[in-house]
Design a protein around this ligand. Structure first.
Ligand code: ADP
Ligand code: MG
Length: 699
């Protein structure tokens, strides 16, 4: 089977091929219509689909089904029910109804709701999402679903995404019709998320409480070697890593996830996997499954997969690049500039809409990737800064210049690439080099949003992006709809020019990692929301509430609840880190220092008895240094505990989060540097935990 990949691909998915084979023709057609146009699904259709799904699932070894959903934890949730149904004579049959397929009623009381749901309204509903295919995993039929409270408030990450896709489809279609493109009836968004991760030995991982409880190390002296040799990026795969990746690919392919690219990343022990892009909704579900499979397959190989944004200090952290575009139901990529972008009105309108959307809602884009883990990356010189800006590249910049100055743009000549070796094929150079430092880069026929953290769901950034672009397209349509057909070209020209003039401050083609850019961005008035609490504060700004409510993506209450959940999540994360640090310091680090100091002192005493007058400068200096580091660690620990208590005592989620950010995190930083200094002086056998060199270089 393994050798036949086309057969393996999607073999665990209730996909089109299975539907065609299993469903009566009229049912198949009705289901397809629901999947493509979101039309209501009649119960008799649901019943017929349920029967086919169950039959297929049971044939493929499933005994249970589950409504699979994405609560605000950022993870997925599932509760398994078996298909068994008693027949009254002590026997059972395997049964599954349309009602069970369409609706579930999990107890919602233990999922984060940000005050939306009082505990007496424990009931929640899950509703089948027919636009994302059902699949089998671990003998269970997984049915992708949306999750809401008894009173209809959304408690998940899927529903708002679907709503944002719908509003974008509506507004994009509306403007395409204005441009005379009337055969388009819907527009979809596509997403290809490149996923970074670390792999460490499971045996070593288990010995680090910080990795187990927090997903990241809270201290650790740098290994003698880091990523400075640039030898890991695209380096040859180690055999055990190659085996793991091969297994992972197969598991993903079975689930219909189009895993395409894999390679070593910049940091030691860091890797990347990129799938072929899909419709946003499916891409989000598939990215969740990919992360789950990475963890699971890693364990089978004696590894642990770390998805945290910053597991190790001093080397790169992990992110996720959200490649994003729009495609019409007629198959046109709306962000494809074609051969003559300067003359491609349709492309320019969509490009300009993205430019304005990113400028108007830069704060929301930043918020959409905010979290305690990602804060360690954004702004460090490895990931894009916390300032949102757009990279267009030379060709599009030239187009923009011609729009701004009313000059004629005759295209950038594509040069032949001269390698000097005649045996090599010749090809033309891309007109844009890659700019790796931009948070939001145009990359040929799509945008790449690069601020996402590696562990988070890609849902929220896409909700923001879709809704913001829908809003700008709506404004464009309002302006153009009042204009006669003859005046339209001139009106479009004016619209493009005035939009560019108002929003060109967001375009930046230079190096985003420099201090000069931070200064320049400030002059341009671009927000620089460095920490999660700084950013989240703006989630509930009136302009942002206005955006989401206008497009029916979130109600005001849903936004407030998300704001609360995200702030709490931030504070809880740092709280857990603080508690873990306390435990590791008290039970491991401080005793290790004592043990080693005692050993040196013993040796010194012995030296002195053996050779009176022996100089003990080395021993006393080491004892002094370690003892003062120990004192420093313990006094900072006392401050950390006090600051955590003070943060917990505040009764406003934002104030608590800010207190964690300002006080607790800085105590943790001070502790980290003192521990690192001590660790560098202590022999490994006195340490109860594996060091960075073991963690990063032992595979
Ligand atoms: P990189 O050089 O950044 O690694 P690639 O060209 O390998 O980029 O593509 C990265 C990702 O972009 C892949 O997941 C790919 O499927 C995705 N991608 C390509 N075209 C589109 C598109 N139109 N919409 C969304 N994602 C796309
Ligand atoms: Mg990329």
């Amino acid at each position: 089977m393994a050798s036949n990949i086309p057969e393996l691909f999607g073999s665990s998915v209730f996909n089109d091929k299975v539907m065609r084979a299993k469903l009566p023709k009229d049912i198949y057609k009705a289901l397809k219509k629901t999947m493509e146009n979101g039309t209501h699904l009649e119960l008799d259709v649901a019943n017929a689909v349920a029967v086919a799904m169950k039959e297929w699932a049971v044939e493929n070894g499933a005994t249970h089904y589950t409504h699979w959903f994405q609560p605000m934890t950022g993870y997925t949730a599932e509760k398994h029910d078996s298909f068994i149904s008693p027949t009254g004579d002590g026997q059972i049959i395997m049964d599954f109804s349309g009602k069970e397929l369409v609706k579930g009623e999990p107890d919602a009381s233990s999922f984060p709701s940000g005050g939306l749901r009082a505990t007496f309204e424990a009931r929640g509903y899950t509703a089948w999402d027919p636009t994302s295919p059902a699949f089998i995993k671990d003998h269970t039929l997984y049915i992708p679903t949306a999750f809401c409270s008894y009173s209809g408030e959304v408690l998940d990450k899927k529903t708002p995404l679907l709503r944002s896709m719908e509003t974008l489809s509506k507004e994009a279609t509306r403007i395409l019709h204005l441009l005379g493109n009337t055969d388009v009836t819907s527009v979809n968004t596509t997403v290809g998320p490149e996923q970074e991760y670390f792999i460490v030995e499971r045996d070593l991982y288990k010995k680090r409480k910080d990795l187990v409880f927090c997903g990241r190390t809270l201290f650790g002296a740098a290994a003698p070697k880091g990523q400075e040799m640039e030898d890991h990026y695209f380096g040859a795969l180690k055999p055990r890593i190659a085996d793991f990746m091969h297994d992972l690919d197969k598991e993903l392919w079975k689930l219909g996830i189009p895993a395409k690219t894999k390679h070593n990343e910049v940091a030691p022990a860091q890797h990347e996997l990129a799938p072929i892009f899909e419709t946003s909704n499916v891409a989000v579900d598939h990215n969740q499954l990919t992360m789950e499979m990475m963890r699971k397959v890693a364990r089978k190989h004696g590894f642990v997969c770390l998805l945290h944004e910053k597991p190790f200090e001093g080397i790169n952290g992990s992110g996720k690049h959200n490649n994003w575009s729009l495609i019409t139901n007629t198959g046109v990529n709306l962000l494809d500039p074609g051969k003559t972008p300067g003359e491609n009105t349709q492309f320019l309108i969509f490009l300009m809409a993205v430019i304005q959307a990113v400028d108007d809602y830069a704060d929301l884009l930043r918020i959409s990737v905010a979290g305690a883990g990602n804060d360690h990356r954004l702004g460090g010189n490895e990931a894009p800064p916390a300032i949102v800006s757009i990279f267009l590249g030379d060709e599009l910049q030239a187009v923009m210049d011609s729009i701004e100055n009313d000059t004629y743009f005759n295209g950038v000549q594509r040069e032949q690439l001269e390698t000097g070796a005649h045996v090599l094929p010749h090809f033309t150079k891309d007109t844009t080099d890659r700019n790796r430092t931009s948070p939001f880069a145009f990359t040929g026929n799509k945008f790449e949003f690069r601020m996402l953290g590696s562990s988070a769901s890609v849902s929220t950034p896409n909700i923001v992006l879709n809704t913001a672009v829908a809003e700008v397209l709506r404004q464009f349509s309002e302006k153009l709809e009042s204009v006669s057909q003859e005046e339209l070209p001139a009106a479009i020209h004016d619209l493009l020019k005035s939009t560019l003039l108002s929003h060109k401050r967001i375009i930046f083609n230079g190096n985003g990692y420099t201090e000069e850019w931070v200064e320049e961005a400030k002059r341009r008035g671009l927000p620089n929301l460095v920490s999660t609490p700084d950013a989240l504060e703006h989630f509930i700004d009136p302009k942002n509430i206005e955006l989401f409510t206008r497009h029916g993506v979130f109600t005001k209450e849903e936004i407030t609840s998300r704001y609360e959940i995200l702030l709490e999540n931030y504070s809880k994360t740092i709280h857990i880190e603080g508690k873990t640090l306390e435990e590791m310091l008290k039970k491991e680090v401080l005793p290790s220092i004592s043990a080693y100091v005692e050993q040196i002192a013993d040796t010194a005493v012995k030296k002195k008895t053996l050779i009176p007058g022996m100089p003990l400068a080395y021993d006393t200096e080491l004892i002094t240094t370690l003892s003062s580091l120990q004192a420093e660690i313990s006094s900072n620990l006392a401050s950390l505990l006090q600051n955590m208590e003070a943060a917990e005592a505040l009764d406003d989620a934002l104030l608590t989060a800010k207190a964690y950010h300002e006080n607790v995190l800085s105590d943790m930083e001070r502790i980290r540097s003192a521990v690192n200094e001590a660790e560098a002086l202590i022999p490994d056998q006195y340490l109860s935990y594996p060091t960075y060199d073991q963690l990063l270089f032992s595979i």
